[in-house]
Unconditional design. Structure first.
Length: 422
């Protein structure tokens, strides 16, 4: 079978579209081997083995593709008790050397050679390494739609920063952070990165796993080191993801360590002195703001909230364009698709595009002819996609009705009434 056969070309395209599909890659490798393309077959099998090292079919195909390597001088004999038949005479070390320029190493980090310190961190001084991203190119203009979110950010956060003279004239304080809340998968992290881009500031994203530590006192130290890093990198946007996990209500917390971590966060937000947090802008995100400790919501801390809702029509169009931009599509009616996807989150829309691509890929594998992703694939995928935001709105409705103290969730109430969900 020549390399230019339609089936091999189709399988190559299918593998490129689904690089994690090991059986599909092995099928391509077998055809390449039958066509006399040994080097290409070895490459495909090596990638498959990187993803599934214990796959018996992949190992057997590698033996067939590379052949039994000559024993390496001074090497120990290969044990045969646990290997499949045919593997006893195969030198896997020699095979790895042969394909080392084709595939990257399976592990990026070198093995830990330093003994663990008493706090279990493996770092001689115990200090965490925070990855601070340089000022990015993402701006609010890159966020599709979401006009209300942008206007609120401009009024509460960005306009005072851009106009220091007017800020001084009106006595507008920049103390306090901004809390983004709403259903999952609606772009809260992307909005935070866009704010950092607008400010030309570094970006430091933090999750609960970055801070919490099993050793007593380490979580508080991690929290302090986080803010110290941000102060050294100022101007810097600190983004605390899942704030309810880092700053949950202390009255519901049984762990003294968690309560101390919340106390440390409160201390860092206030700053050691009046100018400690100059140039440090703190944003946070949560799906459940009603579970955040009330002390974090008082003025001077996270006293400004912003509801980030499922994308509106312009935002959905931008998201769909983004996820389809490098896929083979034809005759896609985005306007119709946007109308069909009302209520879907950004994550739902990404899943929709992935499902449509999967359908077209499987058809191409079955028929042996690569076809484009059409409107029919996208419509069927849209019908199968259930909005992942519905459970969130079900619980948020109760909060909006019975726990909207001081009008904290007025924007949520307005949205639910508009959608006739309240």
């Amino acid at each position: 079978m020549p390399e230019t056969s339609p089936l091999i070309r189709s399988l190559r395209a299918a593998v490129e579209a689904a690089p994690a599909d090991v059986p599909l890659r092995l099928h391509l490798a077998g055809l390449l081997l039958d066509a006399g393309q040994q080097a290409d077959a070895v490459t495909e099998v090596a990638i498959a083995l990187q993803q599934a090292p214990s796959d018996a079919e992949a190992r057997a195909l590698m033996v067939r593709a590379v052949g039994a390597a000559a024993p390496v001088e001074g090497s120990a004999p290969v044990e045969t008790s646990t290997e499949p038949e045919g593997a006893a005479t195969f030198n896997w070390g020699a095979a790895a050397d042969q394909v080392k320029d084709v595939i990257p190493p399976r592990f990026v980090e070198e093995p830990l050679t330093e003994p663990l310190t008493t706090d279990g961190s493996g770092d001689p001084d115990g200090s965490p390494a925070w990855d601070v991203d340089a000022p990015g190119s993402v701006r609010l203009a890159d966020v599709g739609g979401m006009r209300e979110v942008k206007d609120r950010l401009e009024a509460a956060f960005l306009a005072p920063l851009r106009n220091p003279e007017l800020r001084a004239l009106y006595g507008k304080s920049l103390r306090g952070g901004l809390l983004l809340y709403g259903p999952p998968g609606c772009g809260k992290t992307f909005v935070a990165r866009a704010v950092a881009g607008e400010l030309g500031a570094s970006f430091l994203s933090v999750s609960v796993n970055d801070v919490l530590d099993m050793w007593i006192g380490n979580s508080e130290r991690n929290m302090h080191e986080l803010f110290q890093t941000a102060r050294r990198q100022a101007p810097c946007v600190v983004f605390l993801d899942e704030l309810d996990a880092l700053g949950g209500k202390r009255s519901r917390t049984q762990s003294a360590g968690m309560r101390n971590t919340v106390n440390q966060l409160l201390t860092e937000l206030d700053g050691i002195d009046g100018g400690a947090n100059e140039g440090v802008f703190v944003l946070a995100a949560t799906n459940v703001p009603w579970d955040v400790d009330i002390a974090l919501r008082r003025p001077g801390r996270f006293d400004r909230t912003l509801l980030v809702l499922p994308p509106d029509a312009p935002a959905r169009e931008a998201i769909l364009r983004y996820h389809l931009r490098e896929r083979p599509i034809e005759k896609v009616d985005l306007g119709k698709l946007v109308k069909m996807t009302d209520g879907l989150s950004g994550a739902d829309l990404a899943h929709l595009c992935e499902t449509a691509a999967e359908t077209a890929l499987l058809d191409s594998v079955r028929t042996g002819v690569v076809r484009m992703i059409g409107m029919k694939d996208l419509v069927e995928a849209a019908k199968q996609t259930i909005p992942s935001t519905e459970p969130w709105f079900a619980s948020a409705r109760n909060v909006a009705m019975y726990a909207n103290d001081g009008g904290m969730y007025d924007d949520l109430v307005a949205y639910l009434k508009k959608r006739r969900k309240l």
